[in-house]
Ligand binder design. Structure first.
Ligand SMILES: Cc1ncc(C[n+]2csc(CCOP(=O)(O)OP(=O)(O)O)c2C)c(N)n1
Length: 646
C-alpha cells in the first residue's frame, strides 16, 4: 500500500523540525504549516526533474518566505536532487552547507533564488513568469509553457515590494504566475492583526488577480485549487488558511512556532500527535520511495524537451558591435549627455541582442532607456522587449533578478541614481546571486541642476561601491559609455550600475582604440608632459573638469596626468604593477567627483586632496551648484598649487 498523503507531508514536517532542533536555530513553523500544500503541488502539478534541475522549461518553485528554508531543503532531498543529501540536512545552518539559514541561489541545485528579505521572492516570481511569457513568444508554446509558483507569507505581503510587484503582474496578466499564500495570520510579534487589516481578496482582485480561498490542510481543496489555476487567465493567488507549527500540541497557531526550535519535549509530542514513529533524519523506505517517485515523474519529459531544444536565440559578436560603434562615435564627435550616449548604444544593442530586455520605472525619456527599436510589452502581449515598470523601482529590480535567473535574458532597467536607494535590497541580491542585471542610473550628480537636493545623489555612488560584486560605472563621455556597456554585458556573474549624466559633456576620447580602456577600471586619459608632478583622478562629468585643470596647469609649467576611473571595482582587480603605475607615479594626487569624497581617500593618500560634494545639493542651474561646492578649475588649481608648494 502506498503511504498516506499525511505521511508524505509529515516527512517534510519532521525533517524541518529535527533539522532546526539540531542546528539549535531556524524556523519550524512555516514548513509545518505549508507541508500539505507543497506536497500536493509537487505530487500532482509541479513539472520538474531532480536529474536535470536546470531544465529551462521546468515549473519554478520560489520560496519567498525564505525563513522557512527547511521546507525547500526537505522537498529537494525527498524528491531526489543530488544537491541535497540527508547529511546536508543534518548540517542545516552550518558553515558552507548548501542548507544555509535562508535559501541561497545555487545554479543547477533546485534552489531557484536567494530569499530571506521578505517580499523579494514575489518580485523574482513576477520576473520568472514574465521571462516565460517573453521566451514563449520568441520560441513558441511548444518550447516554453511552464508555471511559476511563489510561496509567500503574511510578512511578504506586508512588504511594499509585494504591492508593486503584484500590481504589475496583474496589469500584465501573467496568467502562469501562482502565489501560494501561507495565510496563517501569525508573524514574529504575534497575530498579524497587530499591524494589518487588509482585505486580501479585495486587494488581489483590485490588482487583477484571481483569488481562491482554501483550507491549506485539506488535500482535496488544495488539489482542486491547483487544478483550477492550470487554466487560469490571470495570475492567481491561492490563499491557504494554515496553522503555523501544525502538529505541535503546545506551539501551533502561535508566534512561538515561527522562529525557534520547538525543544526536545515538544518534538516528542509532535511525533506522537503526527504518529511519526521514526527517529530524526530517518525517512522510512516506503515514504522515501513514494517521494522519489514524485521526483521521477518529470524526468522523461525534461529529457525529451532537452533533446529537441536548440538554443534558438542567436548570439551576436559583441566585440564587433562595439568596435563598429566606437568608430562611429569618433567619426562624429558630439557634446552630449552620457545618458544620451547610452541611448545611442542601446538602440544598436536592442536590434542585435534579442535577449536584451529593457525598461524603466516611469523615467524612460529621462533615463534614455527606450530607443526607437523597442517594442513595448503589454498586458497579455509579450512580443516586445521593453517593460514600462511604472513608478515601482524596488519591484523593477526584484523582477529583473527573476528575468536574469530564468535563463538567457539580459534585463536592464532605468531610474535616477538617487532612487537606487529604492532599489538597493534587490541590487544587493543580484550581486549576491551573481546575476547579470544592469541598472541604468541617470541624473548622476548635482549636475542635474534645478530639481535640487532631493534628486541630487551625493552618497549613492559610494554606497553602491560598498556592495560586493557590483560594478559601479561612471563613464566620462560617449566612448567610455559604450565601453562600460560592453563590460556590463560581458560580466556574466556581476551586476552593473551605470551612472549617467543629465548634463551635456564634451567628448574626451577623440581617437579610436579597439581596446576597451575602461576594462582596467582606471586609465590615463591625458598627460601634459613625460614628467608629471600631479595625478588627477576623476570620473564621469568631472573628467572634463580634470582635463581643463590639467591644461591650465600646463600653461604654468605644472605638468600632470589625468586618470579617468570609471569603475573602482574593476581597478581593484588589476595587478599591483598596474595599480602602482596609475597611482604611484606622483607624490601628490587629487580626486574630483561630484559626490561624497570618502571613497577617494584611499587613493589620494595623506598628501592629496579630494574635491567633491559632502553635503546635500542645491536647487539651481547646475553650473551655479558646481560653483557653490567649489568644483571649479580656479578653486581646485589654487588649493592644488598650495599642496604642490607653488
Ligand atoms: C525585509 C525583512 N524584514 C524583516 C525580516 C525578519 N522576519 C523574518 S520572518 C518575519 C515574519 C514573517 O511572518 P510570516 O510571513 O507570517 O511568516 P510565518 O510567521 O508564517 O512563518 C520577519 C519579520 C525579514 N526576513 N525580511
Amino acid at each position: 500500500m502506498s503511504p498516506a498523503f499525511k505521511d508524505l507531508s509529515n516527512a517534510i514536517r519532521m525533517l524541518s523540525v529535527d533539522a532546526v532542533q539540531r542546528a539549535n536555530s531556524g524556523h519550524p513553523g512555516m514548513p509545518m504549516g505549508m507541508a500539505d500544500v507543497v506536497t500536493v503541488l509537487f505530487k500532482y502539478y509541479l513539472r520538474f526533474s531532480p536529474k536535470n534541475p536546470s531544465w529551462i522549461n521546468r515549473d519554478r518553485f520560489i520560496l519567498s518566505a525564505g525563513h522557512g528554508s527547511m521546507l525547500l531543503y526537505s522537498l529537494l532531498y525527498l524528491t531526489g536532487y543530488k544537491s541535497i543529501s540527508i547529511e546536508d540536512l543534518k548540517n542545516f545552518r552550518q558553515i558552507d552547507s548548501i542548507c544555509a539559514g535562508h535559501p541561497e541561489y545555487v545554479e543547477n541545485s533546485g534552489i531557484e533564488t536567494t530569499t530571506g528579505p521578505l517580499g523579494q521572492g514575489i518580485a523574482n516570481g513576477v520576473g520568472l513568469a514574465l521571462a516565460e511569457e517573453i521566451l514563449k513568444n520568441k520560441l513558441g508554446k511548444k518550447v516554453f509553457n511552464h508555471k511559476t509558483y511563489v510561496l509567500a507569507g503574511d510578512g511578504c505581503l506586508m512588504e511594499g515590494i509585494s504591492h508593486e510587484a503584484l500590481s504589475l503582474a496583474g496589469h500584465l496578466k501573467l496568467k502562469n504566475l501562482i502565489m501560494l499564500f501561507d495565510n496563517n495570520s501569525i508573524s514574529i510579534d504575534g497575530p498579524t492583526n497587530l499591524a494589518v487589516s487588509d482585505n486580501f481578496k479585495k486587494r488581489f482582485e483590485s490588482y487583477g488577480w484571481d483569488y481562491i480561498d482554501i483550507n491549506g490542510h485539506n488535500e482535496k481543496q488544495i488539489f482542486n485549487a491547483l487544478k483550477k489555476v492550470q487554466k487560469a487567465k490571470k495570475p492567481t493567488v491561492i490563499s491557504c488558511k494554515t496553522i503555523i507549527g501544525f502538529g505541535s500540541p503546545n506551539k501551533s497557531a502561535k508566534a512561538e512556532a515561527h522562529g525557534s526550535p520547538l525543544g526536545e519535549d515538544e518534538i516528542s509530542l509532535v511525533r506522537k500527535k503526527l504518529k511519526w514513529k521514526y527517529p530524526p533524519f530517518q525517512i522510512p523506505k516506503e515514504i522515501l520511495s513514494e517521494w522519489r517517485k514524485i521526483g521521477s515523474k518529470g524526468v522523461e519529459e525534461s529529457e525529451k524537451w532537452q533533446k529537441n531544444y536548440r538554443k534558438k536565440i542567436e548570439k551576436n559578436n559583441l566585440d564587433n558591435i562595439f568596435k563598429t560603434e566606437k568608430q562611429n562615435i569618433i567619426k562624429n564627435l558630439e557634446t552630449i549627455a552620457t545618458r544620451k550616449s547610452s541611448e545611442k548604444i542601446l538602440s544598436v544593442l536592442t536590434e542585435k541582442l534579442p535577449n536584451l530586455i529593457g525598461g524603466s520605472a516611469d523615467l524612460s525619456g529621462s533615463n534614455n532607456t527606450k530607443t526607437k527599436n523597442h517594442n513595448i510589452i503589454k498586458p497579455g502581449n509579450f512580443k516586445g522587449n521593453y517593460i514600462h515598470y511604472g513608478v515601482r523601482e524596488h519591484a523593477m529590480c526584484g523582477i529583473m533578478n527573476g528575468l536574469a535567473l530564468h535563463s538567457d535574458l539580459i534585463p536592464y532597467g532605468g531610474t535616477f541614481l538617487i532612487f537606487s536607494d529604492y532599489c538597493k535590497p534587490s541590487i544587493r541580491l543580484a550581486a549576491l546571486m551573481k546575476q547579470r542585471v544592469i541598472y541604468v542610473l541617470s541624473h548622476d550628480s548635482i549636475g542635474l541642476g534645478e530639481d535640487g537636493p532631493t534628486h541630487q545623489p551625493i552618497e549613492q555612488l559610494a554606497s553602491l561601491r560598498s556592495i560586493p560584486n557590483l560594478n559601479v560605472f561612471r563613464p566620462a563621455d560617449s566612448t567610455e559609455t559604450f565601453e562600460c556597456w560592453q563590460l556590463a554585458l560581458k560580466n556574466l556573474k556581476t551586476p552593473s550600475a551605470i551612472a549617467l549624466s543629465r548634463q551635456k559633456i564634451n567628448p574626451i576620447r577623440k581617437d579610436f582604440y579597439e581596446e576597451n580602456k575602461c576594462a582596467n577600471g582606471a586609465y590615463e586619459i591625458l598627460r601634459t608632459n613625460q614628467n608629471v608632478e600631479l595625478t588627477i583622478l576623476a570620473t564621469g562629468s568631472e573628467v572634463d573638469l580634470a582635463c581643463e585643470i590639467s591644461h591650465k596647469l600646463a600653461t604654468e609649467n605644472i605638468y600632470t596626468k589625468v586618470i579617468s576611473m570609471p569603475c573602482h571595482e574593476i581597478f581593484e582587480q588589476q595587478p599591483n604593477s598596474y595599480k602602482t603605475k596609475i597611482l604611484n607615479e606622483t607624490k601628490i594626487k587629487i580626486s574630483i567627483e561630484a559626490g561624497i569624497t570618502e571613497c577617494w581617500k584611499k587613493y589620494i593618500g595623506k598628501n592629496g586632496l579630494t574635491f567633491g560634494v559632502d553635503d546635500f545639493g542645491k536647487s539651481a542651474p547646475y553650473k551655479k551648484i558646481y560653483e557653490h561646492f567649489n568644483l571649479t578649475s580656479n578653486h581646485i588649481i589654487k588649493l592644488t598649487k598650495n599642496v604642490l608648494g607653488k
